[in-house]
Design a binder for this molecule. Structure first.
Ligand code: PLP
Length: 419
């Protein structure tokens, strides 16, 4: 993987050899309906580079056994690799200790863990939970379930037309009953980057813990959980060039220690009798049963891969792609970009006058272009911005300017078809 390419277009200034990077991703060579695949559905799931695939094969072919307590070679090897992956994730998000990294099955699972482990213990009748209009359903529904069970209330931070949180309104929502804040770092539907550092400091000044949904942030920007000072941070492996079925919950050790376990079973205990069970220490208290060992090892390889490129370099390159595609798309008459925040990642949601998003997605697919259409699991955002659905192109560091051009040409062709 080389990072400097002398053949870069002069206007394309980042230190990125995107063609070398693309060569690492076998799936990008795919033809769809006889056309080269243009994969712009990265916010839903990103693709996996060969080094990660190789790591999974190596694990399965020479390292796999069940972990913990095995005395034989393979069990010790698999345990060591699983724990090594935990250390890689710790360093990737700059957590203080590796026991603050809990492997889950994904962002949804991580948020549910916090709801059950923290929420059910510390949030009660009449208490208030602050969420934002931008949240993915996975950071709304668990809290609604809790609110219904406990008689708690959910208060919602509004957004403006650009898709930015109204921070003054956020601050006004705090009362003496506020017990928890859940906020997403980056919006999956609009790309808005939220001022989470400020929001966390504001909540902490009132003694309120904050969970950050980082599913769309970790693949696109440097995240330092100690600098943010968040109490919990959740993300998924499959959006980070890793496997499906694995995710991370970061939690401050002192909070994790006070929480109740979410799932019961093997490995999360120290001793069991029918009279009494004592729980294991963190992180094992929250990892009941056989965890996704191979997926964790694969995710470790994925963060190694991203770190070798450099998350800052990825962010800078993706911003160039975003600026270019935004400018080109906004030139098309009848196209309205949904989500125009001042601070964004490379997500382009849009509507085209007179054309349903599903038709746009279907026609782009005929050109081999993969975008997502629909409500993107953020129905409150769609309701607020007055659109039933959007088409969303979401870029990754392996996308090119030429692919952005192909996408724009595809949208133009759709408009021609619909007159
Ligand atoms: N949060 C955000 C912001 C997301 O974009 C997504 C997935 O698109 C999720 C949570 C849920 O992630 P997962 O389905 O991997 O649990």
């Amino acid at each position: 993987m080389k990072l400097i390419d002398s053949t870069l277009k002069p206007e394309f200034t980042s230190m990125f050899d995107v063609e070398h990077i693309r060569a690492d991703f076998p799936i990008l060579k795919l033809q769809v309906g006889g056309k080269p695949l243009v994969y712009l559905d990265n916010a839903a799931s990103s693709q996996m580079p060969q080094p990660v695939i190789d790591r999974l094969v190596r694990y399965q072919t020479s390292e796999h056994a069940n972990i913990n307590r095995g005395v034989h070679y393979l069990s010790e090897k698999a345990t060591a690799e699983y724990e090594a992956a935990r250390g890689k994730l710790q360093r990737f998000i700059h957590a203080r200790e590796d026991r603050e990294i809990i492997f889950t099955s994904g962002t949804t699972d991580s948020i549910n863990l916090v709801m059950h482990g923290y929420g059910r213990k510390f949030i009660g009748a009449g208490d208030e939970i602050i969420l934002t209009t931008l949240e993915h359903h996975s950071n709304i529904v668990p809290w609604q379930m809790l609110a219904e069970e406990k008689g708690a209330k959910i208060r919602v931070v509004p957004i403006n037309e650009a898709g930015e949180l109204l921070i003054d309104e956020y601050e006004k929502l705090f009362t003496e009953r506020t017990k928890f804040v859940g906020v997403l770092h980056v919006s999956n539907a609009l790309g808005t980057i939220n001022p989470v550092r400020h929001m966390i400091a504001f909540a902490h000044a009132r003694g309120v813990p904050v969970l950050v949904d980082g599913a769309q942030a970790v693949p696109h920007m440097e995240v330092d959980v100690q600098d943010l000072d968040c109490d919990f941070y959740a993300f998924s492996g499959h959006k980070l060039c890793g496997p499906t079925g694995i995710g991370v919950l970061y939690g401050k050790a002192e909070l994790l220690e006070r929480m109740q376990p979410f799932k019961g079973g093997g490995d999360m205990i120290l001793s069991v009798t029918f009279e009494k069970t004592t729980y294991n220490s963190i992180p094992h208290k929250f990892e009941a049963g056989t965890p996704p060992i191979a997926a964790a090892v694969g995710l470790g390889a994925a963060v190694d891969y991203l770190s070798a490129i450099g998350v800052d370099a990825i962010a800078a390159y993706e911003l160039e792609l975003l600026d270019y595609a935004t400018e080109q798309l906004s030139r098309l008459p009848g196209v309205r970009i949904i989500g125009t925040a001042a601070s964004k990642t490379a997500v382009l949601s849009f509507v085209v006058e007179g054309v349903h998003p599903h038709d746009i997605g279907t026609l782009l697919n005929q050109d081999g272009i993969a975008v997502r259409t629909g409500h993107h699991c953020v129905q409150p955002v769609m309701l607020r911005l007055g659109v039933p659905a959007t088409t969303r192109a979401s870029f990754a560091f392996y996308n090119t300017m030429a692919e952005a051009d192909a996408f724009i040409a595809g949208v133009r062709d759709v408009q021609k078809i619909f007159g």
